[in-house]
Design a protein around this ligand. Structure first.
Ligand code: SAH
Length: 391
């Protein structure tokens, strides 16, 4: 069923950007079902792409293919194989990593994380929902992994008119708390109750980086979740690690992760609370650290929230610069799509200025390569990080 676009609105498709907004649509023939495939035509009737239809979302269609080819099981097999090939050739030894990263792997709406012998799948759009059973069959066929747990409970599904769904999609497992490996360290991952699919795989190589810099340092890990950075810091020889999060469940698992790796529990302290308040308290108590990690949740999902988010980023970074000793390292991140790398760097610079700190960037960080960014879909580059040294 074809959708004809307004004149000029074919431009983004010609640049291979996969989204079509409702406002770009001039005419629609028929009444396609939610998630069904539709052809996108230019105003003069030329075929541009084949896409999935999202009747409830402002992003009305997302492109499956720019070629005039059937969208069927074999099409999805090809896409999944390409995604697996990328991971296989780059990340041979990792037993836990992201296998499918939605638009950036040509599969809008589909996220698949592998945790050992379990796949955790998120279906986020009408299109991925339409093909979900086929996709699940293909994932088993192509990865050989028998167990798929579905975590389609992200808020964005609401925009697509989809209800939250969780549960086993394929196979059977008795224990939803898995043990995974990351650079020779082990982590418990609660795929049922944990955030997103259970673990923040996007910070995998950044956690390793923290471990490499942590030796003999007093570390403060803010927004620690289940202690990913804390475990790597202790394994890397940190003198002490103070980990802060607002979630008691996450902290409890963090403590267990220290024990799981036989790391010295007496060097690890866990504090439940609000980072914004605790950083102020630490400042008032004149506490100081040799390494501070700031990995907050998404403050700005879209550019519309950028201003408020900027204030929040500036606040915590300013306080962190104050708490850092001379020669101390700040690992600071933003996972907000609405704040790009240039803006984030400006915020961190202005935080250092107002803290009266002289600081320099020694490394730029991003999401791991198993979360690729299609050059045609810059929105896929959501995670940015800076390592700064305080002079
Ligand atoms: N660095 C972690 C992931 C951090 S996710 C890792 O590598 O696994 C962000 C965390 O921030 C979540 O665990 C959430 O519970 C916590 N959080 C959100 N707002 C907070 C606040 N105001 N104070 C403390 N923790 C907060």
């Amino acid at each position: 069923m074809p959708i004809t676009l307004h004149s000029g609105r074919e431009k983004s498709l010609l640049r291979r950007h996969p989204w079509i907004f409702a406002s770009a649509i001039k005419q629609m023939d028929g009444n396609p079902a939610s998630g069904a495939s539709v052809d996108l035509l230019s105003s003069d009737g030329q075929f541009l792409a084949r896409a999935c239809y999202s009747p409830h979302s402002q992003i009305r269609a997302r492109v499956w293919t720019f070629d005039d080819e059937p969208v069927d099981k074999e099409f999805f097999r090809k896409r999944i194989r390409a995604a697996l090939h990328l991971r296989g050739s780059l990340f041979d030894k990792a037993n836990s990593l992201r296998l499918i990263h939605a638009e950036s792997d040509g599969l809008p709406g589909l996220i698949v994380d592998r945790y050992g012998d379990v796949l955790v799948m998120q279906s986020l759009t009408a299109g991925s929902e339409f093909w979900k059973e086929t996709l699940a069959d293909l994932l088993v066929e192509e990865t050989g992994v028998q167990n798929i747990y579905e975590r389609s409970d992200a808020d964005v599904r609401e925009l697509e008119g989809l209800k939250p769904i969780t549960g086993m999609l394929r196979g059977k497992i008795d224990n939803f708390r898995l043990t995974i490996e990351e650079y020779n360290l082990k982590f418990y991952v609660d795929i049922q109750h944990g955030h997103k699919t259970g673990f923040y795989l996007d910070q995998r190589h950044n956690r390793q980086r923290v471990g490499q810099f942590a030796k003999d340092r007093d570390v403060l890990n803010c927004f620690c979740y289940t202690g990913g950075f804390s475990v790597h810091a202790l394994a890397g020889g940190a003198k002490s690690v103070l980990s802060v999060d607002s979630s008691a469940d996450a902290l409890a698992l963090g403590k267990e992760n220290i024990a799981l790796n036989n790391l010295p529990a007496e060097k690890a302290t866990w504090l439940e609370g609000d980072v914004f308040q605790l950083l102020r308290k630490f400042r008032d108590e004149n506490r100081s650290f040799d390494m501070i990690i700031l990995d907050p949740p998404k403050f700005a999902p879209t550019a519309a929230h950028a201003e408020k988010a900027s204030r929040a980023y500036k606040d915590i970074n300013l306080l962190a610069f104050k708490l850092l000793r001379q020669g101390g390292l700040l690992f600071t991140y933003s996972c907000s799509g609405g704040v790009d790398a240039a803006l984030f760097q400006k915020i961190v610079a202005s935080a250092a200025l107002d803290a009266g700190a002289d600081a320099a960037i020694i490394e730029h960080l991003s999401q791991g390569g198993d979360h690729p960014v299609s050059l045609h879909f810059p929105e896929g580059a959501y995670l940015k990080g800076l390592v700064c040294v305080k002079g």
